[in-house]
Design a protein around this ligand. Structure first.
Ligand code: GLN
Length: 510
């Protein structure tokens, strides 16, 4: 196959470059820290950080949304800095160290430490996440057919981390205290870095991931080499981001000139306008065929944003619903965050086999249909959650099976969309702007958190009662879930109806 173009230094394992397995474990542990912490975040804010506020749910919703938006948006900047200055290796180290610091600072139970910690994770993830994904791609020569399965293996690593972490961190947090849960997340990140470092020591990456140019890396600006300047600036932005994350009127305890908005929502509106103008300019300069494909790339990014907007409610409203209204057995509310990853691990291979099976018979649905179905599945999953209200007991608690069914269905939807979309973006974007379009694709997760914030705020319950739940909260959640179900189903059906038209726009791309 590609053996002639292979590096002399390259060693293989299970038919893949050995480096893949080091990146697999590094990312597994990084996601362990990310999702372990995410499983605790909402409950920690409601029960600890904002517990004295009547508007504690709303404040939690806003901070969760701002954090989620920035943690994904920072990947665009981290990816760019890596391409231009640092290279993937240094970026991954820098990002990993900043994330570990963030998780350890979270273990300090104090409000200022809390916002600083989130900011460390925002900046750290920006350097770590995009670069480890690109690193995987770089292990394979162009056109290597093993690349797709390499990414599937990598996605498994992500979800093994996402499965185990909420179970362990959620258990530690309830048994011993929040800081043990957050501390374990930090240890997870350190473990990820050790794996990455040992891969470098064993030379499994060859010369990949080095800075793009030694001169630029060493180049001095205001007397400081860029390799030092970039990490310094990264650390200096942390307090600023911490401030931005905390600037919400309910937290500040009064009116702010932003009203009900936050800096983050304002920034995202401005970036949104800039992207629309920039895309319009690119479209004007494109050939008609490019224009059609680009339009489709924008559409699928938009659909993905909607999907993540509903999906990412799992760490916020759905965790609160689990804590307040679900009769949980085996798992506590934080630990229910493991369910999505558990179903991804179970379903990823069967669904990719299903596509291969259908492809052989020329029945593999084209991308717009997969996206339409993905949104319909998200809608169904919320419909099931809404139905749970009918089975509530006299205390307003619903059976856990509804939550399991919901996670099962939305995970199928995720597999219909997320891995497919990633590869379609590269196919649909003209080569000259493919990196920019990848950035926009990552921003879809960032914008999704603005949707999460909006919805979570609508479903916020005003109270300072530590044991709120049952009949006091059930109706709010059930109404919310049925509304989300309608929007998602509606969006999915519209996508399916316009499927034939979108198929035409995609031309020869499946
Ligand atoms: N679960 C995937 C990951 O953690 C994708 C999450 C997302 O893009 N919102 O990498």
């Amino acid at each position: 196959m590609t053996s002639t173009t292979k590096d002399a230094t390259e060693q293989e394992m299970f038919g893949h470059p050995k480096g893949l397995f080091y990146l697999f474990f590094a990312e597994l542990w990084e996601r362990f820290s990310f999702y372990g912490m995410r499983a605790l975040l909402t409950l920690y804010m409601v029960q600890e950080i904002f517990k004295a506020l009547v508007e504690r749910d709303a404040a939690t919703a806003v901070v969760y949304a701002s954090y989620g938006s920035l943690v994904y948006a920072s990947t665009v900047i981290g990816g760019r800095i890596s391409d231009k200055i640092l290279g993937m290796r240094s970026s991954i180290f820098l990002g990993g160290v900043l994330m570990a610091i963030g998780h350890f600072v979270l273990a300090i139970e104090n409000n200022v430490a809390f916002f600083l910690a989130l900011a460390f994770i925002v900046v750290g993830n920006g350097f770590f996440k995009p670069n480890i994904s690109t690193f995987v791609g770089s292990l394979y020569p162009e056109g290597d057919t093993r690349k797709d399965s390499g990414f599937t293996i990598f996605y498994m690593g992500i979800n093994i981390g996402g499965f185990v972490a909420p179970l362990l961190c959620g258990w530690l947090a309830t048994q011993y205290g929040w800081h043990y849960g957050f501390g374990l997340a930090g240890i997870g990140m350190m473990t990820g870095l050790i794996f990455f470092w040992s891969g470098i020591k064993k030379n499994v990456f060859g010369d990949r991931g080095m800075p793009p140019s030694k001169e630029i890396y060493e180049k001095k600006i205001i007397g400081i080499p860029q390799k030092i300047l970039v990490p310094t600036i990264a650390v200096l932005t942390v307090p600023l981001i911490a401030y931005i994350l905390s600037a919400y009127k309910a937290i500040a305890g009064g009116e702010s000139f932003l009203g009900d908005q936050t800096y983050v929502s304002l920034i995202f509106k401005l970036i949104g306008v800039a992207i629309v103008i920039y895309m319009a300019m690119i479209m004007l300069k494109s050939t008609p065929d490019e224009r059609k494909k680009l339009f489709m790339a924008i559409l699928i990014t938009f659909f993905m944003t909607l999907f993540w907007g509903f999906h990412e409610l799992s760490g916020s409203v759905i965790t609160l619903f689990a804590a307040r209204n679900v009769n949980l057995t085996f798992l506590n509310a934080s630990q229910t965050n493991a369910l999505n990853s558990m179903f991804i691990i179970i379903l990823a291979i069967p669904i990719s086999l299903l596509w291969a099976y259908l492809s052989k018979r020329n029945l593999n649905p084209r991308t717009p249909y997969k996206f339409g179905l993905g949104l319909v599945l998200a809608g169904l999953s919320f419909y099931i959650l809404a139905l749970s209200g009918g089975s509530a007991d006299e205390n307003g608690m619903v059976p856990m099976i509804y939550l399991l069914a919901m996670y099962f269905i939305i995970s199928v939807g995720e597999l219909f969309m997320s891995p497919v979309g990633l590869s379609k973006i590269t196919d649909l974007s003209p080569k000259r702007i493919v990196a920019f379009m990848m950035g926009v694709w990552f921003l879809s997760s960032a914008y999704a958190f603005q949707i999460v914030g909006f919805i979570s705020k609508q479903l916020a319950i005003e109270s300072t009662d530590a044991n709120i739940g049952g009949l006091d909260t059930l109706a709010v959640y059930i109404d919310g879930f049925s509304l989300i179900a309608k929007y998602s189903l509606g969006a999915g059906i519209i996508v399916l109806i316009f499927g034939p038209l979108m198929k035409k726009l995609m031309g020869n791309i499946h």
